[in-house]
Design a protein around this ligand. Structure first.
Ligand code: GLN
Length: 484
């Protein structure tokens, strides 16, 4: 074997939790050597700006403690023993700074940990650092961060996707095994697709949102990125379930039965025939469809709008009306008094609010607060907010109805390949339209898995597709993905 071959083989062993745990058990690696490897990777790829902060000393200390625990009680190790994770900068970890990549939360140290964080730590995972993201999870390119953009390792002139772009690159560059992110409208799945890895958004309410900095509370869900669905399933099992701190977190029991083999899969003709879909992405998606058929599954093209109308065109407007409405309310708490940044120019209470918010929020966040405030204002509430709620109900009903006849729904993850920096940043609407395929799962609250499906025929960049399942079918969906 050549030196490069040996290196590739040694890297391979860090690509799944089961192989890491097997190596830990026979002693070819220990937690310290794993963490040292990942820290080396963070240095090698620091120019991509995936991390806002690397917790090097802390991760090494924790590795030593876990190694000692394993020597003394090898049978007592938690299910995430050997899993090194990055944490998106909008998930709270006690004693650590968390800023949602914003200036307004500059210097804010969380006094408690998110429920998800407590659970992964209790399961013996190691947290290696805080990953960069779009401010408050608002964006699709990770260009909207107070720490500067994150670069895609496959082409550093292109975006990694967003808002969890740092998390996606942290996995892509092997600086950790798994990334914890959040997905309000695709922020885990789209960056996963852009970086050639797997991404998973669970059913709404599957994982507690306690300690996740709120963006759109009826959409937000903690999600994850990794090299394979089995690792993500292990992580999900640890984090999921009811939580006294979040009344929407409930373990939705999977509907009776599992996803059979062969499965019946629906693909909406409007999604595959959409005018905004790049031909190269359509080709990879059609190819993927053929692979599913070759594996024995049935894949039918069906209309999304059974009435032959343009229901799909309402997906983006409904999402952006409702998510900005919720954001405007959630972000009202950043007033310069309770958290983070306070403008030094302010001389009285009103100026404290005014200047702190003006200086602390980015353009994009302000645009959304204004839009959300507008759609909630008394004169426009019925015309926009209420209307969008009605549209959401119709969209959700349609998605759930499809699951009466099909096990899964297939669609692309993004209409385009990762774009170059600046290409869409002056045109917020173009940026919003790139979320066309991801926001449906959040509007409907269903689980969705982004799968690396191949390379773009023109530029060789990674292309992702998505499989969605009925609410509560999370583990089944991941198991199905693992069998592909
Ligand atoms: N790109 C979408 C938005 O900007 C989704 C973001 C997310 O999932 N947090 O709202």
């Amino acid at each position: 074997m050549t030196a490069a071959g040996i290196f590739a083989a040694s890297m391979q062993k860090f690509r799944s939790l089961s192989s890491i745990q097997a190596a830990l058990r026979v002693g070819t690696v220990n937690c310290r050597s794993l963490v040292e490897h990942y820290l080396q990777q963070t240095e090698q790829y620091s120019h991509l700006n995936a991390y806002v902060e690397v917790w090097a000393e802390e991760a090494l200390d924790r590795a030593d403690r876990l190694d000692a625990k394993f020597r003394e009680h090898p049978g007592a190790m938690g299910p995430l023993f050997g899993a090194v994770l990055s944490l998106k900068d909008n998930i709270c970890y006690a004693g650590h700074e968390v800023t949602a990549a914003s200036k307004i939360l500059e210097g804010f140290v969380s006094i408690y940990s998110a429920t998800a964080v407590e659970r992964v730590l209790a399961a013996d995972a190691i947290l290696i650092g805080r990953s960069n993201c779009d401010q408050f999870g608002m964006g699709s390119s990770n260009e909207n961060s107070v720490y500067g953009p994150v670069r895609n390792a496959l082409d550093p002139e292109r975006v990694p996707g967003g808002s969890s772009g740092g998390g996606a690159v942290s996995v892509q560059t092997d600086t950790c095994l798994l990334a914890l992110g959040s997905d309000t409208g695709g922020s885990v799945r789209q960056p996963a697709a852009f970086c050639g890895i797997w991404g998973f958004k669970p059913t709404y309410g599957r994982i507690s949102r306690h300690g996740l900095i709120a963006y759109g509370s009826s959409f937000d869900q903690i999600g994850m990125m990794g090299h394979n669905p089995a690792d993500m399933a292990a992580l999900l099992r640890v984090m999921e379930g009811p939580d006294g701190f979040d009344s929407t977190a409930a373990l939705t029991q999977p509907p009776a039965g599992t996803i059979p083999h062969p499965a019946s899969i629906a693909c909406f003709s409007e999604t595959i025939g959409h005018r905004g879909l790049e031909a190269g992405i359509r080709d990879v998606t059609l190819d993927f469809m053929e692979r599913l058929r070759a594996a024995g599954h049935t894949v039918d093209e069906i209309p999304f709008d059974p009435g032959g109308g343009d229901l799909l065109d309402y997906v983006i407007p409904a999402y952006y009306v409702l998510s900005t409405a919720e954001a405007s309310s959630n972000l009202a708490r950043y007033d310069g008094i309770r958290y983070g940044y306070r403008s030094p120019r302010a001389r009285n209470l009103e100026e404290t609010y005014l200047f702190s918010r003006t200086e602390g929020f980015s353009e994009e966040v302000k645009r959304r607060i204004l839009l959300g405030t507008f759609v909630l204002s008394s004169g426009y509430y019925d015309a926009y907010y209420n209307k969008a709620q009605q549209v959401r109900a119709i969209l959700r009903r349609r998605m759930l109805e499809v699951f009466n006849s099909y096990d899964l729904i297939l669609m692309p993850a993004s209409p385009t390949a990762p774009w170059r920096f600046g290409e869409k940043s002056d045109d917020p609407v173009a940026m919003y339209l790139s979320d066309i395929y991801t926001v449906l799962a959040n509007l409907a609250g269903i689980p969705a898995l982004a799968i690396p499906a191949g390379n773009h025929p023109e530029n060789g960049l990674p292309v992702g597709v998505q499989l969605m399942a009925a609410p509560g079918m999370d583990e089944n969906l991941l198991a199905f993905g693992g069998g592909l």
